[in-house]
Design a protein around this ligand. Sequence first.
Ligand code: PLP
Length: 459
Amino acid sequence: MVKYVAEPFKIKMVEPLKMTTREEREEKLKAANYNVFGLDSDDVYIDCLTDSGTGAMSDTQWAGMMAGDESYAGARGYRKLMKAVKDIFGYEFGQPVHQGRAAEQVLLPSYLKKGQKCVSNMHFDTTRGHVGLLGAKAIDIVVPEAKDTSTYLPFKGNMDTKRLEAYINEVGADQIGVIIMTITNNSAGGQPVSMENLRTTKAIADKHGIPMIIDAARYAENAHFIREREEGYQDKEIIDIVREMFSYAEAFTMSAKKDAIVNMGGLIGVKDSEELYIKVKGLTIPYEGFVTYGGLAGRDLEALSIGLYEGLDKDYLKYRVGQIEYLGGRLKELGVPFQYPVGGHAVFLDAKALLPHIPYYQFPGQALACELYLEAGIRACDIGSYLLDLDPETGEQLESEMEFTRLAIPRRVYTQAHFDVIAEALKNIKERASEIKGYEITWQAPVLRHFTAKLKPIE
Ligand SMILES: *Cc1c(COP(=O)(O)O)cnc(C)c1O
């Protein structure tokens, strides 16, 4: 029996959920053209579409919202946030922005020129997008085990440092604008990066004179994994682990909608370079607004300063990652295939293994997402061939290496019983897996089609 880590909080405010019948859900899904992004959230019972901006704020954060100073310049919340940046990350300068991709838009031009390469353990989609907008090329050099869904490895999100060295020697250090370490590695399923790997990657970067920065969306979950799994860190405080992690970079971008537990917000940190900080301020003003609010309301700055600390609480982190591990453990008992071990924020169901009769061009990950909604009103999303667009040159459907259905778990929102509902739904789906049909697309946009495409089941 897997054990659930009980909540280190009690509930003061609730948000009612609507219960629907199978018939109603069949109608709603059809009306949404079998695209879960087309569903009204009111018709969803357990929403695991994303963990971004979907967390529940604490009473302290809400109190901070009330105390927010809405001054255009020099707001109190800004000073509080800068103090938190210094304290938690050990960085001299901070810059609030409205979300993670805005941090990328503001910071990355200082590192990347047209024609250069940007190397990462794995770029998140928006990071890849901004690298491309600057005319540079995003190169992922994650350890090969990240693509193996069944072997246990404590730090599957790591940079493959041997291949990194080889790549630098092949293309030349002057061709690489920056190295970005994404922690945890979102695109690899929220898999953590070890301290040892950050240290080694930094040493390689230094040797070749390449700057290194961190994409910090899940910095606290990563620190939790280091504390649990890496030798020598068991007795360290989370905040000390965070400080060491960030000591290996010279700047970071952060989507605060993840581990900082706010519904909207982002942050840039600059360790000590005043020159870089001046460039950051220079781009923040036209893109995001004056430096002391950076696209956020004063109350959001308060909630963010508080959330940065709440996300570091070790009992909270035990419970948070414990929820994902509980769901993974239940699925293991039931023989439902998923990426193992689970990451910090999501369970990636292996739709290819569960629905082997559905070929990639009939989108097994999407079929499973539809089935979860029909079965129990659960919303998940495809991370597989459906997510990939058509090949721009040939117009053919691209085949993804993996066919996943992602259950991303919002922070402090769902309880053990909700996870049991998800496990039960997957048990039922597994029992009738061979009857589940694939899908075809009847309409699609030329890029990022998965948000708006229309589909229909193949009879
Ligand atoms: C969410 C995320 C981003 C982008 O942040 P937004 O707040 O969605 O703009 C960038 N990198 C990683 C690793 C993320 O998870």
